[in-house]
Every structure is written in C-alpha cells, then in structure tokens.
Design a protein around this ligand. Sequence first.
Ligand SMILES: CCCCCCCCCC(=O)SCCNC(=O)CCNC(=O)[C@H](O)C(C)(C)COP(=O)(O)OP(=O)(O)OC[C@H]1O[C@@H](n2cnc3c(N)ncnc32)[C@H](O)[C@@H]1OP(=O)(O)O
Length: 415
Amino acid sequence: MTASMPHAAGAAAAEDPPILQSGLHRSRTVTHGHAEPESEVATMKKTVMGIGPMLQSLNVMNEELRKRKDNLLRDKLVLEESIVTCNKEKDEDTTKLSEASESLKKLKTEHDDGKANAQKEIESLKQQILDRDKAICALVDTTKAEARKLCGLVIWYRIITHKCRKTRDCSLSSVLRVEQTLRILKTRPSLHTGFQADKLIHTTVRLPGIFSPRPRDFSLPNSSWSPKMMELYDHYNSQCDLETEDIESQKGPWIRLPSYNRILKYAKGGVYLSKIMQSKARLFTRNVYQVGASFEYVIFLNKEEKKCVCLFQAGHLLEGPPGHVHGGAIATMIDTVTGTHATFLSGLVVTANLNINYRNAIPLGSTVILESTLDHIEGRKTHINCKVTSADGSKVHTEATALFVSISVSHLMGM
Ligand SMILES: CCCCCCCCCC(=O)SCCNC(=O)CCNC(=O)[C@H](O)C(C)(C)COP(=O)(O)OP(=O)(O)OC[C@H]1O[C@@H](n2cnc3c(N)ncnc32)[C@H](O)[C@@H]1OP(=O)(O)O
C-alpha cells in the first residue's frame, strides 16, 4: 500500500518540514495499514512534542524579525525627522543668504555713493587749492620785472619748504608761510632771480593737495635723542610760533624748521632727473633712516634776531678720529645750518666759500649747538658766522665763516 502511493507520500514530504514528514508518513502508514489506534495516538503525541521546539525557534526568529522591523521603523522615523530639520535649516539659510546679499548690495551702493561724494569733495578742494594758488600769483604784478623776481623766489621757497615733502603740502599754514616769505622778500628787492612768471602758475597748480601721506619730519625728536638734546629741544620749541591760521595770533620768536629727506627733482641743465634718480635721490644729511646713527639735528630760526640755532647729536656713523666726529661731517652741518639761514635771509643761494677752524674735537654721541649769525649782506653776498659749542656753552668746538651768493632759479638749473 505504501508502495502503491509513492507520489502522494513524496509530494507530502516535499511540502512539509522534515519532522512533520516522518510523523505524517507514519500515521498515514498506520491508517492505511490498519495499525493499533493507541500506538497511532502515541506516535501523534510524539510528533506534536517534536513540533514544540521547532515552533519555539520559529517564534524566536519571528521575534527577532519583529524587533528588526521596529528598529528599522524607528530609524526611518528619525531619518524623516532629520530630513524635516535639514529642510527647515536649508530654508533658514536661504533666507539668511538672501538677506546678506541684500545688505551687501546696500553697503556697496552706500560705499559707491560715499566714494563718489569723496571724489567730488577732492575735486572741489583741488579747485580751491588751484584758485588759492592763482590768487597768490595774482598778488604779484607779473608785468613788473621785480615782481617776477619775487615770484621766482616764492617758487624757490615753496620748492624748498614743501616740494621736499612728498605731499608738497598746500594747507593754510603753507600759504601763511608763503605770505611771510613774500613779506621778507619784499624787503629785499635787489635780489637777482630770473624766473619767468608764466611758469609760476604752472608750477603752483601742479602742487598736489592735502591728501597724500606726510613723509617723516626728521627734525622731530626720536628715541635716540639724549636727555641733553631733548632738554635743549624743549627749551627752543617752547618758544616757537604757534601754527595757527590767523597770522596775527602767532607767538614766539623761534620757528622750528621741518626737515625731510628729499628736495628737488631738477638736475644739471634744467632737465628732469631720470625716474630712478628722482625716486632715489636723498638729502645728504637725512639719508640714513636708522635713528641716532648719523646726523640727528633740528634747526630753529629766529626771525627777529636773524639767527639760527641747530641742536646736533652726532651718531656712530660719523666717526673721524677714534671716538670723535669727522671734520667733514662737522663742515656738512655748518654748511647746512648757515645755508638754511642764508636761504631764509636772502632767498635762493649757494655756498661760495666756507672757512672752518676746528678748535676742539667733538665726541661721538654728544650734543652740540651750532649758532649761525648774520654778519652782513652786501649785494648778492650773504656773510654768515657760525660757532659750534658744547651743549652747556662752556667749550668752543668749531668756528666758521661762510659766504653765500644769491643765484637765479635758471642758474640752479644750469649748475
Ligand atoms: C633750505 C634748504 C637749505 C639747504 C642747506 C644746504 C646748504 C648747502 C649749500 C651747498 O652746499 S651749495 C653747493 C656748493 N656750492 C656750489 O656748488 C656753488 C658753486 N659755485 C657757483 O655756482 C658760483 O661760483 C657762484 C654762484 C658761487 C658764483 O658765481 P656767479 O658767476 O654767479 O658770481 P660771481 O662770480 O660774479 O661772484 C659774485 C660775487 O661773489 C663773489 N664770489 C664768488 N665766489 C666767491 C668765492 N668763492 N669766494 C669769495 N667771493 C666769491 C665774487 O667775488 C662776486 O663779488 P662782488 O659782487 O663783490 O664782485
């Protein structure tokens, strides 16, 4: 019988799990073979008992799968929440970005407006400077030869006092100085200058305005100045003119003369120096930038007494005899102080003669005073005396006389 139904039994075996297969097979066998019912029940019982552990493991697996499903669902929820948060943040960032772009646009517009306004102001101030320079020129009657000479000297004065600054400062105080110079010059009508009046406007108009950075004024105290140097500086500086816009309110007999490291860009024959020379040329006494290393000095001018005082501290680069200042360096300072003095007295001059007596050597690093006094003026010749003493005046280091000859601007160009 069993053998007569191979297909049915085989099909059942293929569909059912192995344990069931053996149980069922047996029960079928028993049923069809008319076996004892008790033994069939027992067999069934056995079979059912065999199913128990299998169900247990299936339950465990089911439980695990359920847990995994729960976890996945939780993860999904978390991810969905994150996506919502990210989208929210993205929206906020987009809003912020557009706000920032708006602010930037606004700032740019404001900046452009400000720049345009500043440009306008600069143009207007430049025009004012130009008008003022023209007005100054108009003060001088250029049809008269003497006036033309004065113009030439004004230009020289301006070149010396302002062109040496990179800014060629056109502030009100500069105009004031020009006016003062005019006054001085008017008292000296016999000066020989050959400057052409039409060049005056050209030159003054080209002077730049008040916007360039100011170069270093070497005559101001620095950290290398000794206490003695400072004491003397304070003494003279406290008696200086107050730089006010009102000419009448100036006080003090002394003027501290500013000092820069550049003067002219004209050269032999009146031609322009090469660009390299123009940019690299430096005044001899101001060509060492390191403070305290070479010529540390400040010049004060006394208009009333027609004299100059220079406080000079010689640095270590000026050594001549061991530990003492080189005679050439002393001569340089004497020429500088007396030359400056003569320029203020007589306008454009050059040194024609310099006589020096070296009485006592000057120790390096010490502070000395150079006193420049007017001896006399005779036609184009300005005779100056100069005495170099120790800071307390007790020792005379050097004595000198100098002759300066007035020259025209064209002479200077042709030198
Ligand atoms: C605010 C900035 C301050 C800057 C300070 C730095 C100061 C630095 C100054 C210098 O270092 S200048 C550079 C050194 N000097 C020179 O290179 C000058 C070169 N020499 C000349 O250009 C001419 O020789 C000079 C202008 C000085 C004279 O030539 P001129 O043909 O114009 O004049 P002239 O020869 O007819 O002389 C005019 C008068 O000066 C007299 N003179 C000229 N040279 C003389 C001399 N060496 N000794 C004595 N007297 C002299 C001359 O006798 C005459 O007197 P009289 O009218 O009574 O007859």
